[in-house]
Design a protein around this ligand. Structure first.
Ligand code: GRF
Length: 221
């Protein structure tokens, strides 16, 4: 029998691998949605580059295959390429249809990405445009700079932006670029510090990642 929402003919569930480096609250949202039968997909692997990533514990608790693939010398390009190959090998062993970077704090190059063409998506805690440009126009017509990189929540506060948000996009070798699958705006409040603002963004991200994975599973399952 086909899984709910899957295409006729496909009997296997849509397989999702999650890569993370941190707390994994977005992974938890996916696991919860799966447990409630709302995802139309199965999380088959959670892999991380940090032994202390709490997301790995969440995966273990849910009985999901879990891999720690350490990167010991991140600045050595040969070591890094070998690490990407190893991470790709581990991931490929679980034959995922989709790979979700859910707070994965390493940039993946074509060494990894070429193994999974068009199958890797990323969550970014700021608004990214459709055109790869440097400005974003919000729904209320406010023009804000596009924030890329690792510290975008702090940057939104530092720049005094009235609005920020989150984006889910396909991953290409260009950092924080690639076709946008979903985005949502989040207002910056006067009392916000980085933790408070990031928590409000993450609350939206958790809803969005479940929607996007469920949608992709429906379309490709
Ligand atoms: C999210 O804000 C995501 O956009 C960013 O890292 C955070 C991950 O949060 N890349 P969590 O580990 O899922 O709680």
């Amino acid at each position: 029998m086909n899984a709910p929402g899957s295409q006729p003919g496909r009997t296997e569930p849509y397989r999702v691998a999650v890569l993370l480096s941190g707390s994994g609250s977005n992974l938890q949202a996916l696991l919860d949605a799966q447990a409630q039968g709302m995802l139309g997909a199965e999380i088959v692997l959670v892999a991380g580059d940090r032994a202390d990533a709490y997301g790995l514990q969440r995966a273990l608790r849910h009985g999901v295959a879990t891999a720690f693939v350490p990167l010991h010398h991140p600045r050595d390009s040969a070591v890094r390429a070998e690490w990407e190959r190893r991470l790709a090998d581990v991931t490929a062993a679980f034959t995922p249809d989709l790979i979700v970077l859910a707070g994965f704090m390493r940039v993946l190059s074509s060494v990894f990405l070429d193994r999974f063409p068009n199958r890797v998506i990323n969550q970014h805690p700021a608004l990214l445009p459709d055109d790869g440009g440097d400005t974003f126009v919000t729904s209320r017509g406010i023009v804000i700079p596009v924030l890329r990189g690792a510290h975008v929540v702090a940057a939104a506060l530092r720049l005094g932006l009235p609005i920020t948000g989150c984006t889910i996009h396909r991953v290409t070798p260009a950092v924080d670029d690639g076709p946008v699958l979903a985005r949502a705006e989040v207002p910056v409040l006067p009392a916000d510090d980085e933790t408070a603002l990031h928590e409000r963004i993450k609350a939206v991200e958790r809803r969005l990642i479940v929607e996007v994975v469920a949608r992709l599973a429906r379309l490709n399952g």
